[in-house]
Design a protein around this ligand. Sequence first.
Ligand code: 5RP
Length: 230
Amino acid sequence: MTAAETEKKLAAQAAVEYVRDGMIIGLGTGSTAAYAVLKIGERVKQGLSVTATSSSLATEQLARSVNIPLVDFCGVSRLDLTIDGADEIDPQLRAVKGGGGALFREKILAAASETMICIADSSKLAERLGKVKVPVEVLPFAAAFVEKSLADLCSRVVIRQLASGARFVTDQGNCIFDMFFDRPYDPQRLAAALKSIPGVIEHGLFLTEIDLLIVAQGEKVSIRKRPDAS
Ligand code: 5RP
C-alpha cells in the first residue's frame, strides 16, 4: 500500500470511531470514503446497528457488498453523521469536492448532517484553495451557455470526459465542467457567482458544511474542528 493509501485508511478508520449504534449515516464517495465504508462494514459484521444512505451509486454498491443496511435518502430528512473525502481543504475547513463526480448528492448529505467529517490524506491540505479544479454539475440543456459563463470566472474550463472520450454523466444524468485556476481565488465570491448562473445545478465548493477534518500525515492522525463551529 502506498503512503497516501495508508493515510487515507488511517483517517477513515479514525472517522468511523464516531459512528454509534442507532445512527443514520451518510456515506461519501471516492477512494478515501471507500475505506470508511469498508470499516463500517466490518463493524456491522461485529454487531454495530446503523442505517446508511449513499452519495453515489458506486458507494451504494460497495456498501451493499459489505452488508451495510441502506435506506433511500428521498425519505430521510436528517442524518446524524456523514463521512466523506475531499480534493483540497484549507485551514478554515473549506474544501473542494467532486473529483469523483458525486458533488451534488454529497452536498445534500452534508447539509442534512448533524456532523460532517471530512477525511483526507496529507496531500489534500492547502493553505489556500486554488490548486485543484473546481467541478460544477450542469444541466445538459444549458451546457454551452454555462460553459461560456464559467470561462469568464477561471483560466480554463473543460467538460469532464471518460477515458473512452465519452462525456461523463452524473448519477442524476447531468454533465460536469471542471474549472481550472492559475492562481488562488476568493471561494465565497466564486461560490456566489456559480450559484447565480442558471443551469448550474451545484458546485464543488464546500465552504460551511464540514465540521471536522480528520487527516493523516504519515502514521499521525490529527483532528481539526472548523474554527467557527460550535
Ligand atoms: C467525489 C469526491 C471525493 O470525496 C473526492 O474527489 C476525494 O476523492 P479521493 O478520496 O478518491 O481522493 O468529492 O465526488
